[in-house]
Design a protein around this ligand. Structure first.
Ligand SMILES: *Cc1c(COP(=O)(O)O)cnc(C)c1O
Length: 486
């Protein structure tokens, strides 16, 4: 008996009736078994139908979403099928159909069904994956995935990483680690120098801004004819900067640029970074997983010599949006940049396994490892390898065929992105017209870009649902639309 406690309870609180009344309402959040089964049947029916009709679905549909706009949040709940209907008619059919195998714009998305299943499992059990002691199994899964990712880039055992929501956050974590390791702060930032190119992804600009590194000296190194960083110019610029009393500390290479799919000369950049003791970061958000393909791996030679790498499973591993990864060759630097102690977290200290909250800046987060762990185990790594090689070969095939049709093209695709335009004095206008026609058609979706002041249409092959018939259809559709604009 603890002194001072009164264990004889008085049940006549007025609050009891009120609590019972509230309970009638609040239990609504836990539907019973029958209600769950009903909803789950609707969900699986919906998903099955969505996937079944995908091959014949539009890749792009312009839509205003009127009913959705009119939908209000109300005090009383609505039947589930009401939301499912809106999803079907005005969400999943509006805009770019990123699940489509005929999506060739930007960087096509994936959306593996097996990942969707994993997301349901992860959310239903809602394991707390921020710290090891809260969910040892979930953290072991995430750390095993990080080890596997590190093995792809041939990083050593002391490497570590973090599974992020995407490439933007992953790049931010890497840049912050570089800044922290080189002790860049308000007293020295104006003399610090960062090197990258015109083709570096714009999320790097955002990361430079968030970390305060936009106050450093920012050098955009020109590209060579293959849209890669010109390493002679990189070396010359670094040497000139050092002579001027500046401190070069960070070089950002890209392994698979978003615009053209080019891979910077990683080995040459690594030589330069080693010589001048700068941090070498590689943004391989799009291209990284092509390293799984033996025939393509040597294009990435030198990546193991980098200090940090970013790869996006929601791009070249076909996982639904919400999956990126950052890896650091020296995992300790990642922990030094992210690990903080707080008194209310004291129960979680003292375990050997690294907790995700110590290797990134999120604390509570989705158990995003499962959406990668289940597909890798279920389908086997070789299925992903074969898919990536297929996408590479499909892009080469498209490049060859579109050239035969008389289009001007970029160089032979390095990975799975190529670009083309109608050669014409009035090229920018006529190619915009062709793109508009293709988007209005919508059976396949393409996006465009400006390279060296010229308007180009891009073809990015990265959906796991793209196979030879989809490429043939794209070529056929382009031919048909050519007759419309002439
Ligand atoms: C897509 C991409 C990013 C941004 O990644 P998100 O996952 O969209 O945040 C960064 N770098 C490159 C090279 C990319 O292709």
């Amino acid at each position: 008996m603890i002194k001072g406690l009164n264990l004889t309870q008085n049940n006549s609180y007025a609050a009891i009736d009120q609590l019972k009344e509230l309970e009638n309402i609040t239990r609504e959040l836990e539907p019973g078994s029958t209600a769950r089964k009903e909803i789950m049947e609707q969900v699986t029916g919906y998903v099955d139908q969505f996937i079944e009709v995908l091959p014949g679905s539009q890749a792009y549909t312009k839509m205003e979403c009127e009913n959705l706009r009119g939908m209000k949040f109300e005090e009383e709940g609505k039947p589930f099928n009401k939301m499912l209907n809106i999803l079907k008619t005005e969400v999943d059919q509006a805009g770019i159909n990123s699940a489509s195998g005929k999506h060739f714009g930007y960087i096509p998305g994936g959306g593996l069904w097996s990942s969707a299943v994993a997301d349901l499992l992860a959310a239903a059990a809602n394991r707390y994956v921020g710290i090891y002691y809260s969910s040892p199994g979930a953290v072991i899964i995430e750390n095993q995935l990080i080890r596997w990712l590190c093995s792809i880039v041939d990083y050593p055992a002391e490497a570590h990483g973090n599974l992020t929501s995407g490439g933007s956050i992953a790049n931010l974590i890497a840049l912050k680690a570089a800044k922290d390791f080189h002790k860049i702060n308000s007293s020295n930032v104006k003399k610090a120098v960062v090197y990258f190119t015109e083709q570096t992804h714009h999320c790097i600009d955002k990361a430079l801004n968030i970390t305060g590194l936009d106050e450093a000296v920012l050098r955009r190194i020109p590209l060579n004819d293959n849209f890669q960083m010109d390493t002679d110019l990189l070396k010359g610029t670094i040497e000139a900067d050092m002579q001027d009393g500046l401190s070069p500390f960070l070089v950002i290479g890209t392994a698979g640029t978003t615009d053209t799919g080019a891979i910077d000369p990683l080995n040459l950049i690594a030589d330069i970074c080693e010589k001048y003791k700068t941090w070498f970061h590689v943004d391989a958000a799009y291209g990284g997983f092509f390293m799984l393909v033996n025939e393509l791996k040597e294009k990435f030679n030198g990546i193991a010599r980098s200090d940090s790498v970013v790869m996006d499973p929601h791009k070249s591993l076909f996982i639904p949006y919400g999956s990126g990864a950052v890896l650091l060759k020296n995992g300790k630097r990642l922990l030094e940049s992210n690990s903080h102690k707080a008194s209310y977290m004291q129960d979680s200290y003292g375990f050997d396994e690294i907790s995700p909250s110590d290797s990134g800046f999120e604390l509570s987060r989705h158990f995003r490892g499962l959406r990668l762990w289940i597909p890798l185990h279920l389908h086997g790594v070789n299925t992903f390898r074969a898919n990536l090689y297929e996408k590479f070969l499909l892009c080469r095939y498209f490049h060859k065929r579109i050239k035969e049709l008389g289009f001007e093209t970029g160089p032979e695709p390095e990975l799975s992105i190529t670009f083309f335009r109608l050669p014409s004095d009035n090229g920018n206008v006529i190619n915009q017209k062709l793109l508009n026609a293709l988007q209005a058609d919508g059976r396949c979706f393409f996006s465009s870009t400006i390279i060296n002041d010229k308007f180009w249409i891009r073809c990015a092959v990265l959906s796991f649902r793209t196979h030879l018939p989809e490429i043939e259809m794209a070529l056929e559709m382009i031919k048909e639309n050519l007759t419309k604009i002439n």
